[in-house]
Each structure stands twice: as C-alpha cells, then as structure tokens.
Design a protein around this ligand. Sequence first.
Ligand code: FAD
Ligand code: NAI
Length: 476
Amino acid sequence: MEKDFDVIVIGAGPGGYIAAIRAAQLGKRVACIEKRRNQAGEFKLGGTCLNVGCIPSKALLASSEAFEIASCHLNNHGISVSNVKIDIAQMHARKDAIVNKMTRGIEFLFRKNNITWLKGHGSFTRKTDAGYQINISSEDGAELVSAPNIIIATGSKPRHLPFLKVDNQIIVDNEGALAFDSVPKKLAVIGAGVIGLELGSLWRRLGAEVTVLEVLPSLLGAADLSLAQEAARQFEQQGLKIQLGVQIGKVSAIGGATTILYTCKNNHAQKLETDRVIISIGRIPNTANLDLEAIGLTVNNYGFIDVDHYCRTKLPGVYAIGDVVRGPMLAHKAEDEGVLVAEIIDGQKPHIDYNCIPWVIYTEPEIAWVGKTEAQLQAEGRKIKSGQFPFIANGRALSINRSDGFIKVIADADTDELLGVHIISANASDLISEAVVAMEFKAASEDIARICHPHPSLSEVMREAALAVDKRALNI
Ligand code: FAD
Ligand code: NAI
C-alpha cells in the first residue's frame, strides 16, 4: 500500500537531513529518501558533506598538518624529532572512523525523531489530489510514497572535463583524492578553487610535488583581492606551484603516468608529467533523473532548480535547498535553508540573510570572510572605509608560531555599518563567527572596537582591525 507523509525530503545531505529533523521536531510525519551507498555497499546518510566532502577532507587536512608540524616546525620550539613518517592506511582509518561516527549519528537522530529513512533513488511520478507522488527504486524493488510537501535536497556532483575519464585511481575527483593509498610523487590539480587548494595543500604537506593549473588569471576570484594576493604568496612560499591563465589541451594516462599538455598566459605550450591528477573545476547540481517534468517542474540553463528567496519553487508545496539551488555550495547554507523550509511548512515566518553566510577555506593559513569584498562594494558605488591589522603584532599568534596573515574590516563611510570582514590566519574558521554575529545584528565597526576581547588571543586582531577603521589601532 502506498505510504503517505506530511513531508518527504529527497536527499540526506546537510540540507536534507537537517530539514527532516526540524520538520519532525515540529510534529510532522517525515520521510527522507537517500540512495548513497559506501564502498561496502551499505546505505549511508550525510550526503557529500559527511561522506566525501567537508568531514573527510578536514580529517585528512588535520593529519597532514600534524605531519608537517612534526616534520618542519617543532625545531623552533627546541623540540627535535627525527624520522617522522606517516602511515597512510592509518590516516585513512582515522578519517573513516570519524565519517562512520558522524553518519551513524544521523541514523540515531532519525530514529530519535521518528523519521522514516527510505533507501533508494527517488523520482517524481505524478501530482496527486493531495500533493505529489514519488517512486523509490533500489535493487530490493520499488515503492510509491506521497506527501503534500516535498523538499528537494539532492545536492551536487563534481564537474568533469568532457574529454577526460575520471577513474578515481589516477585521474580523480574529490572522492578519489580523499582515498589515495599512497602519497603521489607528482600531483597535478586542475582548478585552483576551494577543493583544489585544500586537497592540493593536503597532499603537498605529505610530500607530493603539487602543480595547480587554473584557467583564470587570478586565484580565489570570490575572495577579497587582499586575501587572494596574500594566499597566493603564502601558498607559493609553502611550495605549491600555481599556474594561472591555463588552457588544458590533452591529458593522457598510460599505466601510472599522466601527461598534461596545456598553454599558459603567454600561449606557450607546456607539458606536465605527474602520477595523479585531481579534477576540481566546480560542481553541478543533481537534478537529472528526478523526473521533475512528471510534476511540471523544469531546471534552468545551469541545471539548478529555480527558487525564490524562501526556497519555494513555482509549485505549491515543492521546495528546493542546498547545492541544487542558487547561492554558494556550502554545508551551513544548505542546513540553514533546511530549517527555513521546515519552518515555512509549519506556517512560521523564518528568514535567512544570505549576506551573512560565511565562507571558510581550510588551507594553512585558513581563509574566511563574511559580507562583501572591497571590489563588490566599489562596483555598487558604496562609500567605504576599511582597517587592517596583521597577526605579526599579536602576542598569541607569535606564541603559537602562527603570525602570518591579517584581518581586514570594511565599514560604511557614513554610518560605520559593518559591510565585510576578511581574514587570512590560523583559526580564521572560528574567528569569523564574531563578525557573522556582528553583521547579523547590523553592528558598526565601532561596536567591535569597543568590545573587550580576551588577552592574549587571536581575537584581539579583530578588535584592532576594527579600531584601524577609525585609524586608532593601539598595538601598531
Ligand atoms: P549533498 O550533501 O550533496 O547531499 C545530497 C544527497 O542527496 C546525496 O547524498 C545524494 O546521494 C542524495 N541524492 C541525490 N539524488 C537523489 C535521488 N534522486 N534520490 C535519493 N537520494 C538522492 N562545504 C562547507 O560548508 N564546508 C566545507 O568544509 C566543505 N568541504 C567540502 C569538501 C569537499 C571535498 C567537497 C566535495 C565539498 C565540500 N563542501 C564544504 C560543500 C558541501 O559538501 C556541500 O555544499 C553540501 O554537502 C551540500 O549539501 P546538500 O544537502 O545540498 O547536498
Ligand atoms: P570552485 O568553483 O571553488 O573552483 C573551481 C576552479 O576551477 C575555479 O577557480 C575555476 O576557474 C577553475 N576551472 C574551471 N574550469 C577549468 C579548466 N578547464 N581548467 C582549469 N581550471 C578550471 O570548485 P571546486 O573547487 O570544485 O569546489 C566546488 C565547491 O565545493 C566550492 O565552490 C565550494 O562551494 C564547495 N567546497 C567548499 C569547501 C569549503 O567550504 N571549505 C571546501 C571544498 C568545496
């Protein structure tokens, strides 16, 4: 017999599983459809983020950082260690244990909140009198379910080069790059975006000679120019080779060796020989195979589902959230949209300020920002003032040996309202939260400048940068 629910969520990534939990908290009868299986063939919750994205990448980044500190940075403290080695199998076992703990945690939360987990591929079949019908298919068979409210949270998958087959052994996307069984001697990364820089840094720290090939003439186009320039300088100093303005020609893989033919800015033909290649040139929304047309929904030219500010599609009761809709492809953005939609279905009036969604890139140093860049504000014709303060003048940064980078605060020239905060430093991922709170509450730079910050702490740089907006930084 066909089962019916109040809310059906398709996809159990951070958007989908959070939407399901919030809807269940609000008393709805909720089902969540997820088709993902791990390598052992077990169905898994958590989506890209927990299985092949945020969590495994951060686990490996932490291992590689510990390795680099032990190999290169302990001398400075008077600690000598020799013969530092990394056991790659153990490194992956640690990562897999973290992923397993997290995905099992969501299974627990589903049980706790009485959410029905429907295992298999979901696709629309038709509109019904009361809502929408979805077919769930897997090797075990098929089943039909229906609900008046549907949340599409099917996420995204890696974009590949049309002429290059990804085997996830030698030519890999994020999945393969998080599972290399040994450190490649030479590694090429195509695309200097977030994945390319994080995963390129990860394998460089473990000893790979990494070359990053980027089609654009500059790095990190979405970041404030000052951060992008500082990041490029520091990455190069660390030994990451970055080539900009690159056009990839032919890539061939024979046995364990790959050859990439490409041209650089000056059109000079180049050849790069490596053991492995990571393709990290962006991600595309998972909207194919949903049979959206069965309910009269279409996707836009880029494959995204069009939604309004509140994640509503043009069909009543059908919502879409996370990587499958406009906006940054970030786990916390997907989560916030999940809560938003569940509360809308409950008749509440929630709100998201998309200008206050922070970005963090987990390189070393970390890069984080919230709000607008100086270039964006100038393009809008906004009158601004800004202040910047370096970590080299901060006692805590010096004491932990992490004095690279700075914080830049941008405020409105007349009202002093905070418009953007940009950080490149150790722990930028945590430091940025103060700026997010301040911007959500429409604070002025003066507000941060007047708040007492603990000493010694990296957060004092935030206060100093805010003071610098008014040209009254104290410690420089
Ligand atoms: P997803 O997490 O992609 O989940 C969608 C789920 O839907 C998938 O499990 C999929 O199997 C399932 N699905 C798809 N179609 C169907 C169907 N028809 N039927 C049933 N199930 C279906 N973001 C951050 O904020 N911070 C980070 O540090 C970060 N690191 C990342 C590192 C890497 C290597 C990658 C690849 C991404 C990273 N991201 C990070 C981005 C983040 O993972 C995504 O933005 C986030 O997972 C999007 O959540 P989502 O719920 O929209 O989709
Ligand atoms: P991206 O959009 O961040 O970067 C892709 C890069 O590849 C761009 O710089 C682009 O110019 C370049 N590129 C495109 N085509 C190319 C070509 N043919 N040759 C050379 N370069 C080319 O995409 P990425 O790194 O794949 O990550 C996808 C998304 O996943 C990110 O945008 C982000 O939303 C999310 N993510 C977030 C993380 C975080 O929050 N820390 C970590 C990893 C991913």
